[in-house]
Write a protein that binds this ligand. Structure first.
Ligand SMILES: [Zn+2]
Length: 335
């Protein structure tokens, strides 16, 4: 799998800063306006580079991995060094950096980029391919992603957990704040509140995804997620806009990333009707007297609605696995 290691640039001298500014800003001009201010020639060939997957406000300057040399020298200013080719100096300049995450031990460097952080400081993004050994997981952990709780989790051993229940409170709080500020027309303030909200939600997403993966690893489970594709609108049509903004894809990606790093397989299963079907008897003659309560008119059970959906996701995955093992893997695996 591919992982990205974020690195902060350290010990930048005036000349090196000038080089980075020259190539980085020149590259922005080249990418946006097609104007060549004399940047190093190999950077210009990057025009066809697909940036879609990496979202930055500016274009990351690609430092091709062939041109990159990373040295690990404990006695120097920085633990790692990278050579930046430039028109300003023959042979380029060596720029030191520190990693913000752990450097992968057996990773193969695929690409490297020069970017800026939110404060405008230079950083490197190093993209590694790391070998992952898939471990066989005899058990299943199913996740229902929702609005009231970010994730409702159950596994084939009978464990249940509700995670990220704070999401609604966070949403409501920030909506209230934004509205209050909005009336006073403090646009900048509204924007910064929005950014703060995103950070808080992001932290929650990381925490929830970590908890799910930890639970899966501990109980030897593969992870099955309900695939919202196509039914999202329908399912949430009636809900108001505070809760509509479920960061579904972000959470899915975090779970997938954290799980695959540990060799845990992640599958998707169609979520169609999982919230309407009774997990006990399979009947669809069911009612939702409230957002969290589920009632089956056929067998008369009352159940937590999210948990009912999670159990259905797990059962559906079990069915796929027993009826057609191979195609279940092929169709529903992310890999
Ligand atoms: Zn029933």
């Amino acid at each position: 799998m591919k992982i990205t290691v974020c690195c902060g640039v350290v010990g930048l001298t005036d000349f090196k800063k000038k080089v980075l500014d020259f190539e980085y800003n020149g590259f922005q001009n080249w990418m946006i306006f097609g104007i060549d201010q004399g940047i190093y020639s190999s950077y210009k060939t990057a025009k066809g580079w697909k940036f879609k997957k990496i979202k930055y406000r500016e274009y990351p300057l690609p430092i091709w991995s062939q041109l990159t040399k990373i040295e690990n020298n404990p006695n120097s200013v920085a633990p790692y060094w990278i050579r930046i080719k430039t028109k300003l100096k023959r042979g380029g300049v060596w720029v030191g950096f520190k990693t913000k995450q752990e450097m992968p031990k057996n990773g193969k460097l695929l690409d490297s980029f020069l970017t800026k952080d939110s404060k405008g400081n230079y950083e490197f993004r190093l993209i590694f391919e790391i070998p992952v050994q898939k471990i066989s997981m005899p058990n299943i952990l199913a996740v229902d992603i929702g609005d009231k709780r970010l994730a409702t989790v159950c596994d084939s051993l009978g464990n249940k957990k509700f995670l990220g229940t704070e999401i609604r409170k966070i949403r409501t709080h920030y909506l209230w704040l934004r509205r209050r500020l909005g009336n006073k027309k403090l646009l900048e303030k509204v924007k910064s509140v929005g950014n703060k909200e995103q950070r808080v939600v992001n932290q929650l997403l990381h925490r929830v995804s970590k908890e799910i993966v930890t639970m899966a690893l501990k109980n030897k489970c593969c992870i099955v997620l309900g695939d919202l594709k196509g039914i999202r609108q329908k399912k949430y049509k009636k809900l108001n806009r505070i809760i509509f903004k479920i960061p579904y894809y972000k959470l899915v990606n975090y779970i997938k990333y954290k799980a695959e790093k540990l060799g845990i397989q992640v599958y998707k299963i169609k979520e169609y009707m999982t919230s309407k079907t009774c997990h006990k008897c399979g009947s669809t003659k069911t009612k939702r007297p409230s957002q969290s309560l589920f009632k089956c008119s056929s067998c008369n059970i009352e159940y937590n609605a999210d948990l009912n959906a999670a159990i259905n996701i797990m059962n559906r995955f079990k069915d796929y696995m027993s009826s057609n093992r191979a195609s279940a893997y092929a169709l529903n695996s992310f890999a």
